[in-house]
Design a protein around this ligand. Structure first.
Ligand SMILES: NC(=O)c1ccc[n+]([C@@H]2O[C@H](COP(=O)([O-])OP(=O)(O)OC[C@H]3O[C@@H](n4cnc5c(N)ncnc54)[C@H](O)[C@@H]3O)[C@@H](O)[C@H]2O)c1
Length: 263
């Protein structure tokens, strides 16, 4: 008779103890909330932002909450800054086991009059940055034969709205970059997945949440009938960063109150 346990569940499946996570754009908003969540699950943190004052405040906040946190200020869209900050990082702080490509921006304009600079900036910060940061961090993961990469996707990986063609093109590209990373590095035991928030209350959506017409639209369009809060993304991020997701690869997990399921 088999003596194998009926269930191999253990809370350790979701533990990040002993892991180190680098989260880009984590000076505020979703990035900072995810950083706090990963730290509460056991990870030590390397925070990043292009705004040094915001970054310093976030690092101080994480330390005040009892977590281990370092900060690196750089612009994720500038390849020379990324290289200068990240190439020496593992020697300075230790292995990066978890990478969260979170930094992102919105720059809205009608497509027919969108300046090239606005198109390019959004593509650079939301898509090219994930390529630049990941290709600098992943060699260490390949050497160790383990790593978790989480790319901050969006409902706009799947659907668009007027005036956000640059953002939708970038996030659509990020979805496929996620799958490309998954298939390319699966053999090194690296899992790459996307976390796709619905409409969340952050600085990025600040002008939208106080626009009564848009607020009504979101509440009507979202089956849950409300905006999401960044903390509601934490469980999914911890799952994707944890041993529980060791065979989950190339997926985009939407946390959207059911929006994408509804017509
Ligand atoms: N808020 C939402 O409803 C929502 C929905 C779907 C996806 N997202 C995605 O989640 C991520 C975080 O969004 P948020 O709402 O927390 O935004 P936010 O504007 O509140 O915070 C973004 C942070 O990233 C930093 N940042 C911006 N550009 C950077 C760069 N080039 N280099 C380094 N840091 C940079 C900013 O300084 C800021 O601290 C983004 O990728 C966004 O596209 C947000």
């Amino acid at each position: 008779m088999s003596t194998a346990p009926l269930s191999s569940f253990s809370p350790a499946l979701f533990s990040l103890a002993g892991r180190r996570a680098l989260i880009t754009g984590s000076g505020q908003g979703i990035g900072l909330t995810l950083a706090r969540g990963l730290a509460a699950a056991g990870a030590s943190l390397v925070l990043n932002d292009r705004d040094p004052a915001r970054l310093a405040a976030a690092v101080a906040q994480m330390r005040a909450e009892g977590f281990t946190a370092e900060g690196r200020a750089f612009d994720v869209a500038q390849s020379t800054e990324v290289e200068a900050a990240l190439a020496p990082l593992e020697n300075e702080v230790g292995a990066i086991d978890i990478l969260v490509n979170n930094a992102g921006i919105h720059r809205r304009a009608p497509l027919e009059s969108m300046p090239l600079e606005l198109w390019q900036e959004v593509l650079d910060v939301n898509l090219t940055s994930a390529f630049l940061v990941t290709r600098t961090v992943v060699p260490g993961m390949i050497r160790r034969g383990a790593g978790k990469i989480i790319n901050l996707c969006s409902l706009n990986c799947e659907v668009s709205r007027p005036t956000i063609a640059n953002y939708a093109a970038a996030k659509g590209g990020l979805k496929m970059l996620t799958r490309a990373m998954a298939v390319e590095w699966a053999r090194h035991n690296i899992q790459t997945n996307g976390l796709g928030p619905g409409y969340m209350r952050t600085a990025m959506t600040g002008t939208l949440t106080v626009d009564p017409e848009f607020d009504r639209f979101i509440r009507a369009r979202t089956p849950a009938g409300r905006w999401g809060e960044p903390r509601e993304l934490v469980g999914t991020a911890v799952f994707l960063a944890s041993p529980a997701a060791d065979f989950v690869n190339g997926q985009i997990l939407y946390v959207d109150g059911g929006l994408l399921a509804a017509l």
